[in-house]
Design a protein around this ligand. Sequence first.
Ligand code: FAD
Length: 383
Amino acid sequence: MNNNFSDIRSSVASLCAGFSVEYWRELDEKRAYPSEFVAAMTKSGFLGALIPEEYGGSGLGISAAAAILEEVHLSGGNAAACHAQMYIMGTVLRHGSNEQKNKYLPGIAAGNIRLQAFGVTEPTSGTDTASLTTTAKREGKNYIVNGQKVWTSRAEHSDLMLLLARTTPIEEVERRHQGLSVFLVDMNISIGQGLSIQPIKTMINHATTEVFFDNLMVPAENLIGEEGKGFRYILDGMNAERILISAECIGDSRWFIKKATEYANDRNVFGRPIGQNQGIQFPIARAYAQTESASLMTWQAAKLFDDGEVCGAEANMAKLLAAEASWEAANMCIQTFGGYGFAQEYDIERKFRETRLYQIAPVSTNLILSYIAEHVLGLPRSF
Ligand SMILES: Cc1cc2nc3c(=O)[nH]c(=O)nc-3n(C[C@H](O)[C@H](O)[C@H](O)COP(=O)(O)OP(=O)(O)OC[C@H]3O[C@@H](n4cnc5c(N)ncnc54)[C@H](O)[C@@H]3O)c2cc1C
């Protein structure tokens, strides 16, 4: 994904030039939200890239959106603070009513409405989404929500949360993924009225939280699509998410490779650049090859997605390869920098921590391998 969307890429690059590595480093140390960066991304319209023009967005495809996020990561920044604004709205766009689309999408495109929080994962269900236990029970014109989510990122920086909750008990459905429903929760009116948020301290600056629901009232009109079909709706959004996260990994990877190459050329030990040693050269070359191949797969997945073709296998493989490439590149980079890789002022250790996440979230490597093994290759189901 290098030579495409050069105009978009150069606009993103010049926006990111206003947010130096020192900016990101300081926020990382304070574990503070990059509000100025998110405001700039919002104002530029980049976060509304995937929203159709009729709702005030740019009406671009996933390939363009991926190019935007890759550039942010290539600059040494981190788009995780706002990337969800790009794609969570896809569930409303694909499955919401016309009324819901008209009500929310223009505001999301303009950035007046932040739809950044995605409440799926729970403490006891983990990867096994169908076994989640948060319930939404219909009572008159409302649903009453009880339960808990974990790792709900950006909940404190979002006006709406897309929530997946069980509306029919698991014992009463034929298949366990049935009976789950998706809601838009208005965070501003819910906090303190049955919804509370507890930040989680993590090894990266990620604004992630636990969210508790205690008889939270959600108007029935906030149900997206049909009751009981929420799992399907969430799955529909996953390919987009995987492709976009792959692009972030590729941006990270290219950042590590650039840093390592420059350092290996400059750093002299035993009277010559360390990059003259093949022990230093080869890991950099390997990271480069891995990154380019992951980029090709990401590009292929994005193209299929934009053409409206089936792309589950490619999106999953892209995410697997890109997350592995960025992690290998991070490891290579820290090794190339030796002791200095650990010094905060070089930013390697920050990016190293940040890119590690993508082996786990939004989907772990094992779960992707399981998808490829069972859904692509037809091996027996293991769960
Ligand atoms: C910083 C951060 C931000 C996040 N943001 C969000 C968010 O905004 N919204 C949200 O809903 N979630 C979010 N998540 C949650 C994330 O999607 C989950 O952590 C991830 O899906 C894994 O779930 P788990 O942590 O419960 O791991 P578990 O499901 O407990 O799994 C633990 C390990 O076991 C492996 N494993 C489990 N079952 C199998 C199996 N059958 N075969 C092989 N291996 C298996 C997994 O791959 C994993 O490595 C975030 C997580 C983090 C760390």
